[in-house]
Design a protein around this ligand. Structure first.
Ligand SMILES: N[C@@H](CCC(=O)N[C@@H](CS)C(=O)NCC(=O)O)C(=O)O
Length: 216
């Protein structure tokens, strides 16, 4: 087990991909300091921040003086470092492969679609931004179809009866869809999953810490 000695620092922006590691830090009861990255002034592209996170995005988690990037990787690391919390099955447990599969699926097949939804000009240019969004919307909805069907058959959580780290990730991604034409909560099993995850005390603490109100 890894011991967190030096102050753990999370560079974040409210509601952004940093929400996942932030939520887990709270859920796991780990002391941490929050540092706001000001998107309005493009602080995420400043030389100081790029030295921590060359992609110029949040989150960055500084652990023992070393920066770590990529929300899904940070989440897995936090879950693995605190096995007592039961947020990831142990090596050798067959359920671990399902957890890893969901984490990579959410990162690769869902979060990446949201990147297009939020930043359509990156893939299609400013002139084609609306078209890129129109193309990505049904792909996000297809992802909800698939996960909702999985929860219907195997839920209420992704691995069955108890939440794992991927359920926290799923909740963050569902939250991002809240203003889309068909938010994730239009799917019944996803909606029930969101209600369960939002009932956790750590979710309320997360919202208070990030100053969030919508989708409470
Ligand atoms: N693959 C990265 C993506 C993170 C990401 O896209 N973060 C967004 C907020 S949700 C960001 O920092 N956007 C600011 C920008 O791209 O300038 C991760 O999962 O950590």
């Amino acid at each position: 087990m890894i011991t967190f000695r030096a102050m753990t620092i999370l560079h974040y922006s409210p509601g952004a991909a940093s929400l996942l590691p932030h939520w887990l830090l709270i859920e796991l009861g780990l002391a941490h300091e929050l540092r706001l990255v000001d998107f309005a002034s493009k602080q995420q592209k400043s030389a100081d921040y790029l030295a921590l996170n060359p992609s110029g995005v949040v989150p960055t988690l500084v652990l023992d003086g070393r920066p770590m990037t990529e929300a899904a990787a940070i989440a897995l690391h936090l879950a693995d470092s605190h096995p007592e919390a039961g947020l990831i099955p142990a090596i050798g447990d067959p359920a671990r492969r399902d957890c890893l599969q969901w984490m990579f699926h959410l990162a690769q097949a869902v979060q990446s679609l949201f990147r297009i939804w939020w930043y359509p000009h990156e893939v299609a240019g400013e002139a084609q931004a609306d078209s890129a969004r129109a193309h990505v919307q049904p792909r996000i909805e297809a992802a909800w179809d698939r996960i909702d069907a999985h929860l219907a058959a195997n839920g209420p959580y992704l691995l069955g009866g108890a939440p794992c780290v991927a359920d926290f990730y799923l909740t963050m991604l569902m939250r991002w869809s809240r203003n889309m034409p068909r938010p994730a909560t239009a799917w019944p099993h996803l909606a029930a999953h969101a209600v369960r995850m939002k009932a956790r005390p750590s979710f309320k603490a997360l919202y208070a810490a990030e100053g969030l109100e919508e989708w409470a």
